[in-house]
Design a protein around this ligand. Structure first.
Ligand SMILES: [Ca+2]
Ligand SMILES: [Ca+2]
Ligand SMILES: [Ca+2]
Length: 263
C-alpha cells in the first residue's frame, strides 16, 4: 500500500476512530468546574431542552449545497455510491469519472481522496455504480451496458469478479423518500435536470414545496442529475443528500426544524 501523503496545513484532519461524538462534552466539562457547580444543573437542563426540535432558538431547516471535490474540478463524474466500510457512521464515497474510479474518505469537515490501496484505480472505470446492499460492500459496475461485480476484500480493497459480465443494470430512481426535518414523516427529494427539489410532508396539510426555503435551490449541477442518495453523510443524526450530475454535490442538513413550523 502506498504511504498516504502528508496533509498540508489547513487541510481537514481525520477524526480518530475512537474519538466519541459528544457535542455537549465541553459544556459538561464546564459544569464540573468548582465555581459553577451550583448553577450547573440549571444550565444543563436548559441546554438539553433547547436541543429538542421546536425550541425557540432552533434554526430553521437548511440544506447547504457543497461540491465534493475529487483531486480537481476538471473531472466529469458519471456516478457515485456511498459506503461505510469502517462502520463508524460517516459515509465514504466511491466515484466514477471518465478517467478512473476514486475512493473519497470522509474526514472531519469533508472528504479526502484515499484511492491508494483500494485497488480501484487499477480497474477500468464505467458509467454506473450500484452498491449490492444485501451482500456486504460489493458493487455492480456498468461499462457500456455490461455489468460486472467489484468484490470487497474485507480489508479496504476491491477486485473484479472473474465471472463474465451481463447486460442491463438496476434502475436508478431520481426520487428518494427520507425524513429531512426530523418529524418522523418521510419527505421527498427529487432530482429534476440540474436541480434538486425538496417537498416536506405536513401532518395536517398538503405536501409543502420547500426547495427555496431550505436553501436547496442554491445547487446547480453542471449536467443533468444521474444519481440521488439520501443518507446521513457525516453521522450527526440528520439526513443529508448526495447528488451526481457531472460533479458530486452534497446537501448538508443543519438538523433544524421545518420552516413551516417557524413561520
Ligand atoms: Ca465511515
Ligand atoms: Ca419529515
Ligand atoms: Ca447528517
Amino acid at each position: 500500500m502506498s504511504p498516504r501523503p502528508r496533509l498540508p496545513s489547513g487541510t481537514p484532519q481525520r477524526r480518530a476512530a475512537t474519538t466519541p461524538r459528544t457535542p455537549r462534552e465541553p459544556l459538561i466539562r464546564l459544569l464540573s468546574a468548582a465555581p459553577l457547580r451550583i448553577t450547573g444543573a440549571f444550565v444543563l437542563a436548559f441546554a438539553l431542552a433547547c436541543a429538542a426540535p421546536g425550541c425557540g432558538g432552533a434554526p430553521p431547516l437548511a440544506l447547504t449545497p457543497k461540491p465534493l471535490r475529487l483531486t480537481h474540478d476538471g473531472f466529469f463524474v458519471h456516478d457515485a455510491a456511498v459506503i461505510d466500510p469502517d462502520r463508524d457512521g460517516d459515509m465514504d464515497v466511491v466515484a466514477l469519472t471518465q478517467e478512473q474510479i476514486y475512493y473519497m474518505e470522509h474526514i472531519e469537515g469533508g472528504w479526502l481522496a484515499a484511492t491508494a490501496g483500494t485497488g480501484l484505480a487499477g480497474l477500468p472505470t464505467g458509467q454506473r455504480l450500484h452498491p449490492v446492499m444485501a451482500e456486504g460492500l460489493d458493487f455492480l459496475i456498468e461499462r457500456d451496458g455490461v455489468v460486472s461485480r467489484l468484490v470487497y476484500s474485507g480489508i479496504g480493497s476491491w477486485t473484479e469478479a472473474e465471472e463474465p459480465g451481463y447486460g442491463g443494470g438496476p434502475e436508478v430512481s431520481m426520487t428518494v423518500a427520507a425524513d429531512f426535518n426530523g418529524d418522523g414523516q418521510d419527505d421527498a427529494a427529487t432530482a429534476e435536470g440540474r436541480r434538486v427539489r425538496i417537498v416536506l410532508t405536513q401532518p395536517d396539510g398538503p405536501p409543502f414545496e420547500a426547495t427555496s426555503l431550505v436553501g436547496a435551490d442554491g445547487l446547480m449541477l453542471p449536467a443533468a442529475a444521474r444519481r440521488l442518495i439520501a443518507t446521513d453523510l457525516e453521522g450527526d443524526g440528520d439526513t443529508d443528500l448526495l447528488v451526481v450530475g457531472g460533479r458530486i454535490f452534497v446537501l448538508i442538513n443543519n438538523g433544524g426544524v421545518s420552516p413551516t413550523a417557524t413561520q
